[in-house]
Design a protein. Structure first.
Length: 223
């Protein structure tokens, strides 16, 4: 069955964070969180930054998601939440069909806004913004994409997103989002120090099963 993915050239609107915070969300009354990244996209393949722009899922990405959905089917997932971006919504819908659930969109799960760098590859970024990636490396958490967001702002959004999920009354939600905002979700869920959170990667074919009370995680792979 064909999967639909939005490819709007405009960033999705995201609720504004009201205050910055360097500390994780203090309480999260959910037992486990299954944290997934959207499937592989055409821009992932060619190394273009997406941010809040979108690109269609690849055939391989869809197949990975379908295998993962089969892998997760026996687990007690009781809610599916997604970023509003097309690649995440298309991914979450594959999971929703496997569980017979409806996808709940949470605006605050959108990827960190890459601003003027969205849609560019590494060489194009260096040409248009010479030296900016070196400045980013010096303070990755507070550095802000030109006309976009910083990890610090994403950290605040991640905490809000988790409160929205918790308010839905679920015990073991599957949350589908993106790699950069996902680092801040993990930071809040596991009380991670900044540098440890920023070092996390999130392959497309991996779901992180986070035990909220014990503050640990396990990887689930599709195969």
């Amino acid at each position: 069955m064909a999967r639909q993915d939005c490819s709007s050239p405009s960033p999705c609107p995201v609720a504004s964070a009201v205050a910055a915070s360097d500390s994780p969300v203090p309480a999260f009354p959910v037992q486990e969180v299954f944290l997934g990244r959207h499937g592989e996209t055409e821009w992932n393949l060619v190394g273009r930054r997406q941010g809040q722009l979108d690109a269609p899922l690849t055939t391989a990405g869809i197949q990975q998601l379908e295998r993962m959905a089969d892998r997760l089917r026996a687990l007690p997932i009781d809610g599916i939440f997604s970023s509003p971006l097309g690649r995440s919504m298309a991914s979450a819908q594959i999971y929703a069909e496997a569980f017979g659930l409806t996808v709940v969109t949470v605006d605050q799960l959108a990827e960190i806004n890459h601003g003027a760098m969205a849609g560019l590859n590494r060489d194009e970024i260096e040409t248009s913004f010479p030296g900016e990636m070196s400045r980013r490396a010096a303070d990755k958490y507070h550095w802000q994409f030109p006309d976009g967001e910083s990890y610090a702002e994403g950290d605040v959004r991640a905490a809000v997103a988790l409160r929205v999920v918790a308010a839905a009354g679920v015990a073991r939600p599957l949350v589908v989002s993106h790699e950069m905002i996902g680092r801040m979700l993990l930071r809040n869920l596991l009380d991670l120090p900044l540098m440890e959170a920023l070092a996390y990667g999130h392959p497309h074919e991996v779901i992180y099963r986070v035990d909220v009370a014990e503050k640990n995680l396990h990887e689930i792979r599709a195969s």
